[in-house]
Design a protein around this ligand. Sequence first.
Ligand SMILES: *[C@@H]1O[C@H](CO)[C@@H](O)[C@H](O)[C@H]1NC(C)=O
Length: 452
Amino acid sequence: MTLSRMLKVLLVASTAPACVCGFAFGARVGSGLMAGSHHMTGSWRDPALRQPLSQLRMAEDSDTKTKERQPWEFRRFVRTIAFFNAPRPLAAARNAIRRRGEQGASSALPGGCILVAIGGGDDAATALGQRVTEQLLRRGALVRALVADGKAAAALELIGGGEKRLEVVQSNWEELPSIKPSVLEDVDRAVICAGGAGVDALVKSLKNYGDVQGRKLFSSAPGAVKSWEQWGALDDVVMGGVSTSELVVVPGEGEAGGRSSAAVFRGTVSPANNGGFASVRSRNASPPWDWSQFDALRLRVKGDGFRYKFTVYDAAGWDRPSWSYSFDTAAGEWADVTFPFSALMPIYRTKTMQDPPPLNLSTVYSLQLMLSKFEYDGGLNPTWKPGPFSLSLDSIATVKLGKTGGAVPPAIVILASGGTKAPASGEGVPMTVLDAGQPDAAAKTVDMLLAR
Ligand SMILES: *[C@@H]1O[C@H](CO)[C@@H](O)[C@H](O)[C@H]1NC(C)=O
């Protein structure tokens, strides 16, 4: 169904009473848009679409005689359809994340690079950092070296020999309260060859701007909040219902307090007109995301006690199978919701699929968050009740749980003198501290990072 055809149908329909439109069109749009909702009656190709309106009205009257009816908002329905059919700003969400608040990030490296941070004033640390860099390059990794000392930086450039897989950034990073976001762009692992006070700030910056906790798809971090503009409401209005929702960025709602922001999915759910769900969905990503290097999703959320649904679409069309995961929230508490892709349930319309195709991780187009009265196969959401709801989001990220399935390999290795402790700012990141004095410290570090 193209937009123009959809609008033509809508124009014809708009001469009929709104409630009829709700049932004639909503049920069909809904069947494609609302995986995990209920009440699906057919596809766009359904011949019922061509039934005279009088017949549809009769069917609707008999269907809902005893049920609560409320006026249906035709305009909101049209707005909903228009949002998801609008020409997409090219890769806008991704660019908002990529820029990370910096004017035109300059990275010459493709995604997934390893940061080697070398402190100044310590020859042993410099030598170790060089050994780690050499071995990483030899094993095919992409390396960005962040080097405090000018001479050491020049020496590293020589090691790289003009290689495209090494970038050297000279910076007095140990003295800085935080590192420029562009320096940490695409960094998903790091080695820090230093043990001083600057390590804490670097780890904090790695968490904020790098991918050490996974690759952020949407984030409320400063400079990335625009990524949420790709989300639009998709409520039961598409099926005649009256639930409403929105996703808005709210300053002051962020976990860090102060003026930090969070994206808030909020609204009101109502069972009127056979509805009962509100949702927000991201526009199709262009090009689609490739998640094949990851194995799980992590949502950082603050909920309100309701059970929400998170849905993944691996095709651009509307009426396609989707993959859903239900998660519970605790009222007023920030928490990580982490689930492996294998926990996503294949759904077609409202039903779980018996013989599903695999989720295609290399072509993920769209994500959806939903509060629904319904679970799957007609089951009810036990936490649902009519009224207002609110779910705050810090970020949505794809993460690695580790190739071994057992212990999670570290994303950050700190090479320092014996007895050095991992900095407090590293909470939530798999991190390890190795004694830089060990003879095989460099080799061990490289093995650990490449296991991730
Ligand atoms: C995923 O989609 C791509 C592009 O359409 C295709 O080439 C690939 O074979 C698909 N993979 C699976 C597992 O279906």
